[in-house]
Design a protein around this ligand. Sequence first.
Ligand SMILES: [Fe+2]
Length: 368
Amino acid sequence: MFGYYMPVKLKAGENIVTESPDGLILGSRAMIVTGRSSGKRSGALADVTAILEERSVPYTVYDRVENNPSIEAAAEGGAAAREYGADFIIAIGGGSPLDAAKAIAVYAANPPGNGFELYDIFKGVYENKPLPMAAIPTTAGTGSEVTPYSILTLHREQTKRSFSSPEVFFKTAFLDGRYIANLPLQTLRNTAVDALSHLIEGFTNKKSSPSSDYIALEGMRVLGGGLEILKDSLPPAELCTELLWAATLGGMVIAQTGTTIVHSMGYPLTYHKDIPHGMANGLLLGEYMRLADRELPWKTDLCLEALGLGSLDELCALLKLLLPCETAFTEEELAEWTKTTIAAKNVKTCPFEVTRGLEISIYKKCLL
Ligand SMILES: [Fe+2]
């Protein structure tokens, strides 16, 4: 038994936002949620504000989204949207602004206090419908534009945690490779490896199905050539579009399957050591694949074939090249982090049995 649900209207192509903006304006008063630089750097913010002005739609720009947004910051954004009277959101950016926008949309309609508390966002069911949202990704990695997930930083718990609700799918997502074309090479690498991680974790996930597997293999096929080029140089324009498409396919996969321990074990690396999310996943991905290979060798073969690689050793060597990491770790901190990571939901969807001892050994093999 399996199904497929992804209710986002996808629109892709060069200049798609300016040439075909229907689906961007979802109400009468907009809040644009973006990062401090992503909206301006990509050119997407200028495209969007020009359209809103041309159509006389009032808007405010909320560009205070930090990397790895905290739950408190998302609630602040919700309060700002209420104060402005926004009735829809346009999210522009990488994973942080897109994920923050989902939480802001919930908090705007369900202010914390009076029975709905800050952490109730994790219940995934809300009395008032979150504000409708459109998304314009400006990195090619997270796939957040097509998932019902939002990852928030919890300072109290010293980690990151995701909430999920079918109500926070974007209504529309606009994919234009031009918006990622001027990213630094290492950002392109980190985010592409995040996309790879989504595709592999989804493909090897206990919740995988024929529909998610089909998309995952296509995503790996599209991404394979791009990873090879990113070893040495910035991608040409046409490859930017491919990278963005592969990332969206990765999002479509995890929207069905969720992730695995690669993601939950990656979160402390980001929280405690400030390692970018995609890089954190990539540092753990090779060892994860070796463990998955024991249970699902035919799936490993299909992954390698789709990526254009000859062996798991080749995959590990590629990841090492793409992700230079100088950070030092201690045995004690790695063991400490597993107290939290072993409780993550996605421990249960791994293709192999996961114990705290196994997580400690994965961390040690990959990071010491
Ligand atoms: Fe991710």
